[in-house]
Design a protein. Structure first.
Length: 448
């Protein structure tokens, strides 16, 4: 084989990877609108209102005959969706690795989630059970889809490019969330001008996220390609597969150590995301419009933050950049403790700081983990990563709630989350990343 032929083949392969990378970004663009518009802004308050409309005189609804306070129905439903995802993700991840047919599984997850989200248009009156069912299906499907999507990263990006590729994916997602949130807020705040009731406007906002998800998922599904499976044998099922994955990860203790560090500091990140609005409304006395504006600001600045931290990682390495972001998270929460009440400008400053470190922290964690995954087990290992990301983030809300219960102060509750970033920093700093990458059987990048 001549040198020209080898060069042409390498050039074609590089061009193919760039095409896949460009397609891969679009899945974040497709599904992130669900996280922003549906989960973060509209569905919680709306589903709670529907449940209260269906409640009895004591304020309870009775799904499957179980008495549940209407105000708790949304939180319990989210928890149920996490349980479903925990059971399904390891099975799907193992199936993807063993068959090599990742793309059909991604398509199934994407369109199951998109259909369930679009179906939220019919959530009105007292149909809280319909809303709960659709939320469980959509949330579990998104978790499965993101696990499969993440597992493509080590296959479509060489080690030296993963920080950049991962950061651009997160940036695409935050950009989509920002764009659609602006459209939704215009529709919601000016619903009378469009001849819509407030309820109808919310239902359209919910359903449009599903339509967006389904439409833009076509791009990655056209450009991504399946690889030959490198793992043989029959796949275990359910919890057996999860146990098998954990046993296999014990053979790579440094990979497991990174996952533990990520579990801790990501728990802090997820709790800040979910509880910041509670802190703003209950402790600082800020209105709904201020809180929604802060969410939008976080989304916009997370795009810039993800791209900027991706560039920092090229110079300083992903591990050092993540450690720096954990210091920034600590300083941000400490400053949040001292925010004056009734001062939206300072809350916006806090939101801006969160946005700048949010996207980069998550993007670089994903790319760093991709180096620690043994070849041929991408989807299986990323199912464990996704469980850490979505299924295990319960300690932070528990600490937040217990701290408030003991002190009666949301300021104490918000600053208590500093513990997650400090402990996460210590755990991550102790992981010998270069050795871990070599033990996983992957080439070690020049900077990591």
């Amino acid at each position: 084989m001549g040198i020209d032929t080898v060069r042409a083949g390498a050039s074609d392969e590089a061009a193919g990877l760039r095409r896949e990378q460009r397609g891969w970004y679009w899945y974040d663009w497709a599904c992130s609108v669900y996280s922003t518009s549906v989960l973060t802004v509209f569905l919680g308050p709306y589903l709670t209102a529907v449940a209260r409309h269906a409640a009895d005189a004591e304020g309870y609804v009775h799904p499957l005959g179980i008495p549940v306070r209407a105000g708790s129905f949304f939180a319990y439903t989210v928890s149920l969706s996490v349980i479903v995802a925990v059971l399904v993700m390891p099975l799907v991840g193992s199936l993807a690795d063993r068959t090599g047919r990742k793309k059909p599984l991604l398509a199934a997850a994407a369109y199951t989630g998109a259909a369930a989200t679009t179906g939220m248009f019919f959530l009105d009156g007292d149909r809280y059970l319909l809303g709960g069912l659709l939320l469980v299906v959509a949330n579990a499907a998104q978790s499965v889809g993101m696990m499969l999507y993440n597992s493509y990263l080590p296959q479509i990006a060489p080690p030296a490019d993963r920080d950049r590729v991962s950061s651009r994916g997160w940036a695409f997602g935050y950009a989509a969330g920002s764009l659609m949130l602006v459209v939704d807020l215009v529709l919601y705040t000016a619903h009378d001008s469009f001849g819509l009731s407030e309820t109808a406007a919310v239902r359209i906002c919910l359903a449009s996220a599903g339509l967006w998800w389904g439409a833009f998922a076509l791009i990655p599904l056209r450009r991504l390609r399946d690889r030959h499976a490198r793992v043989a044998g029959a796949a275990p099922t359910g919890l057996r597969q999860l146990a098998a994955t954990v046993r296999d990860m014990r053979r790579h203790p440094h990979t497991l150590a990174f996952l533990l560090a990520y579990l801790v500091y990501n728990d802090g990140i997820q709790t800040v995301i979910t509880q910041a609005s509670v802190y703003g409304s209950e402790e600082l006395g800020l209105g709904q419009s201020t809180l929604i504006g802060a969410v939008l600001l976080v989304q916009v600045l997370a795009v810039a933050g993800a791209l900027a931290m991706g560039r920092l990682a090229r110079t300083h390495g992903a591990r050092r950049t993540i450690l720096g972001s954990l210091v920034a998270w600590t300083l941000t929460l400490t400053a949040g403790y001292f925010l004056p009440a009734g001062a939206p400008v300072f809350f916006y400053v806090l939101a801006a700081a969160i946005g700048l470190v949010l996207g980069g922290s998550q993007a670089l964690s994903r790319s760093l983990f991709s180096h620690l995954v043994p070849p041929g087990k991408e989807a299986e290992y990323f199912s464990a990563y996704e469980l850490s990301d979505r299924g295990m983030s319960w300690l932070g809300p528990l600490l937040f709630g217990v701290t408030y219960q003991l002190t009666g102060s949301y300021r104490s509750a918000i600053v208590s989350l500093v513990a997650f970033f400090v402990i996460g920093f210590v755990l991550l700093a102790r992981v010998p990343v270069r050795r871990a990458i070599g033990e996983a059987g992957n080439p070690v990048p020049e900077r990591i």
